[in-house]
Design a protein around this ligand. Structure first.
Ligand SMILES: CC(C)(COP(=O)([O-])OP(=O)([O-])OC[C@H]1O[C@@H](n2cnc3c(N)ncnc32)[C@H](O)[C@@H]1OP(=O)([O-])[O-])[C@@H](O)C(=O)NCCC(=O)NCCSC(=O)C[C@@](C)(O)CC(=O)[O-]
Length: 318
């Protein structure tokens, strides 16, 4: 098994993490968190989404957040958008890159975007035209790739058709999302292998939710199939409001820690990520979902205080 030595982590908490919070998060806090995340070394941050404020009220201050954030040099700001109006707002806010919002199934697409999948992708044409000749980059996404909460398993042919439509638009940078954390490592391997075989020139990345505890294993499956770009969210916040039982993304501190233990660099600063994670976990204890925040780093285990127990001392243990 040959693994990469360096991968890219895109931090998505300011969009995916904050969109799903059941309590309000102030504009001040969003600005502060984005400023702090930029100091953690992430090369790309999904800073917000420009969607209808009624569809996702937590993102209603997207324009103001972007006006107030102090952008560090070298950090790419990405925003999720559903339509041309979203693109216009993103351009005004000077984001570097947009990610088009698309679901693999009609049912999820109708809930999320008020249109079926193929209608939604048809509506991307004017976005691509509008972005042409400007500095803004356009990337794509596919939600519910590994299973839809309304339709179940998604046939491979459906994913291939969507990729074909993206290719016709000239969009080959595609985020594959496990929206409700139902994908398992064997399936992730199989799907990525098929997609890469059919579309070898595409750049696929993985956006994994840890709803069923399979996200890190799925990330490793992705690595084994040549994926080098992963999304994650500090403190494990996240979830699509239009997918029942959706919960947090894989925590940034968990994926960074796991990869670094495996000898794979991420060019991020784990301790700074943990600091931001602790801050968010204190603010949103019910929504945070992170192993490293609870257990600490593997390397710190030997320093952990506690009674030394000799073999045979614990009753009932052999
Ligand atoms: C797609 C729409 C807009 C369709 O919503 P619609 O109602 O069909 O839109 P419309 O085009 O008919 O327009 C209706 C009104 O919305 C306005 N409008 C239209 N667009 C915008 C915009 N961009 N920003 C602000 N306002 C907008 C538009 O101007 C108009 O205003 P009015 O004339 O009535 O005053 C709506 O359904 C929507 O905003 N959906 C977003 C849902 C969402 O953000 N979901 C969560 C993110 S996706 C996700 O979580 C998955 C992902 C990416 O994380 C990966 C994964 O894990 O799976």
């Amino acid at each position: 098994m040959s693994l990469p030595t360096l991968v890219n982590i895109t931090e998505v908490c300011p969009r995916d993490g904050f969109q799903s919070l059941p309590v309000n998060i102030s504009t001040d806090s969003k600005v502060e968190i984005i400023n702090r995340l930029q100091k953690c070394g992430f090369s790309q941050i999904e800073v917000t989404s420009f969607v209808h404020p009624k569809a996702v009220p937590q993102m209603k201050d997207a324009d103001e957040v972007l006006q107030r954030v102090i952008k560090e040099e070298g950090v790419v700001f990405r925003a999720l958008i559903p339509n041309v109006k979203g693109l216009e707002r993103a351009m005004k806010a000077n984001v570097d890159k947009v990610k088009l919002m698309l679901s693999a199934t009609d049912s999820h697409s109708l809930y999320n975007a008020n249109s079926k999948t193929m209608e939604a992708i048809e509506n991307f044409k004017p976005i691509v035209q509008r972005a042409e000749g400007t500095n803004i980059k356009v990337s794509g996404s596919i939600s519910v790739v590994f299973g839809c909460p309304y339709e179940g398993e998604v046939p491979l042919d459906r994913l291939l058709t969507i990729c074909e439509r993206y290719e016709k638009l000239g969009i080959t940078d595609i985020s594959l999302a496990d929206t409700t954390g139902v994908g398992h490592p064997v399936q992730v391997k199989r799907v990525i292998r098929e997609l890469r075989q059919h579309y070898p020139d595409f750049h696929f990345s993985l956006h994994l939710h840890n709803t069923r505890g399979m996200a890190f294993a799925n990330a490793v499956s992705g690595l084994e199939e040549g994926i080098v770009d992963f999304d994650s969210s500090v403190a494990g916040l996240g979830g699509c409001p239009y997918a029942p039982n959706a919960s947090g993304n894989i925590a940034s501190e968990d994926i960074v820690h796991g990869f670094e233990e495996m000898g794979i660099r991420t060019n991020t600063d784990l301790d700074s990520i943990i600091d931001v994670g602790q801050h968010l976990a204190e603010k949103f204890p019910k929504e945070s979902n992170s192993f490293i925040l609870k257990a600490g780093k593997s390397k710190d285990l030997v320093k952990a205080p506690g009674k030394q127990v000799k073999i045979g001392e614990v009753e009932g243990k052999h």
